[in-house]
Design a binder for this molecule. Structure first.
Ligand SMILES: NC(=O)c1ccc[n+]([C@@H]2O[C@H](COP(=O)([O-])OP(=O)(O)OC[C@H]3O[C@@H](n4cnc5c(N)ncnc54)[C@H](O)[C@@H]3O)[C@@H](O)[C@H]2O)c1
Length: 343
């Protein structure tokens, strides 16, 4: 993958932009396939250093990006590169150390999900980063995905009403084994369930209660939960590792008889919209959104907009969302799911 990363020329119209100086921490698959290619499309970003616990990985990525600075210690790099922001994609325990080091050095930090291995650590990190005035960001790319951002915009309009039902299906073929020195169940929760749960909270707000319908563990896990939002809305969450390939589906019904359904981040259908072509017969009409066939993907999957927004926050000294504290309700529910699943 390293060999396929290319320097992308900066468009002439944006030459006057002084780019944010970015330190990449973790030269693994996520950085190479999604984060760095997204940053390379941004004139406002310049990768100035690479850090990885594995020196060979750090030096090989630095060479391919034509970056002089690389090391196995992030703090040593931060002393010398005048960084605007740190972008990290490592195991959760490493994220914990990276966030603490960023707080000490007062450099805004973005970490991929999961930001930490447990709720207790998340609470500590949130307190420490707030005390240090640290700008933090967590990589929940689905929140920034182009069609999902459209859904959120629609839900802000009073004429679309409030959700009375939110259903998220998030099925994948992995993880199929324990990672990060955690149990398989904890790995599954932190690697996968964190995404749909975060979306459910982002769409419908506080969740009051839930019932875990079943969990099957046979080389994989399937988790099926019925939720009740504080607003009174019903929620349904299905996620698991038993699918042949990744599939995501979000369906929302509102109290204005509108349904919004998003499949695979590539098809958004709104039925009963107040702006249907024949207003008197709105219920009979559906409106479709589909990405351009030329769409390279990072807008649609959310990686480009989330990193662009984070770098904007880092430069302006303003908060980015989701920041560490925004993930606390998600971690509380992940813990509760784990407790129920182990009963
Ligand atoms: N947003 C998403 O949907 C998404 C998708 C894939 C992965 N991720 C997340 O990205 C992270 C990385 O995943 P990956 O697949 O690239 O893993 P990976 O194992 O391929 O890469 C991780 C890299 O981090 C390095 N590393 C470990 N500890 C370190 C430390 N203390 N300091 C510096 N480098 C260190 C490793 O040497 C390795 O090169 C994980 O947290 C994963 O959950 C998020």
């Amino acid at each position: 993958v390293v060999a396929s990363l290319k320097a992308i020329p900066v468009p002439s119209s944006s030459r006057e932009i002084i780019p944010a100086r970015v330190v990449i921490v973790g030269a693994g698959e996520q950085a190479l396939t999604n984060l760095i290619p997204s940053l390379q499309q941004m004139p406002e970003a310049q990768i100035v250093a690479v850090c990885d616990a594995d020196l060979d990985r750090a030096s090989s990525l630095a060479a391919h990006l034509a970056v002089e600075n690389y090391a196995t210690s992030m703090e040593a790099l931060l002393d010398s590169v005048n960084a605007t922001a740190i972008i990290a994609a490592c195991p959760p325990q490493a994220h914990e150390d990276i966030i603490r080091a960023a707080a000490r050095c007062r450099v805004p930090v973005f970490v991929e999900k999961p930001p930490a291995s447990s709720l207790d650590v998340m609470r500590m990190l949130t307190r420490e980063s707030e005390r240090a005035g640290l700008i933090s960001g967590v990589g929940m790319n689905f929140r920034h995905a182009q069609p999902y951002a459209i859904v959120k915009e629609l839900l802000k309009k009073p004429e679309y009403g409030q959700p009375i039902s939110v259903s998220v299906r998030f099925l994948a073929s992995k993880p199929r084994q324990a990672m990060w020195g955690l149990s398989f169940l904890r790995t599954f929760l932190l690697a996968q369930v964190i995404h749909p749960l975060d979306l459910m909270l982002d769409i419908g707000g506080k969740i009051d209660s839930f019932q875990l319908v079943r969990i099957i563990q046979d080389g994989g896990i399937l988790l099926d939960a019925q939720l009740r939002y504080a607003s009174g809305a019903a929620g349904s969450l299905l996620c698991g590792t038993c699918a042949p390939r990744f599939a995501i589906r979000v369906e929302i019904v509102t109290d204005r008889d509108i349904t919004i359904s998003l499949s695979g981040l590539s098809e958004l259908v709104v039925t009963g919209s107040p702006s249907s072509p024949v207003p008197g017969d709105a219920r009979a009409w559906s409106q479709h959104w589909r990405p351009s066939p030329m769409d390279a993907g990072f807008q649609r999957t959310g990686y480009f907009p989330e990193l662009a927004a984070f770098l904007h926050s880092a430069r302006q000294g303003t908060a980015f969302h989701p920041e560490l504290s925004d993930l606390l309700p998600t971690y509380e529910l992940l813990d509760e799911l784990e407790r129920r699943a182990l009963r």
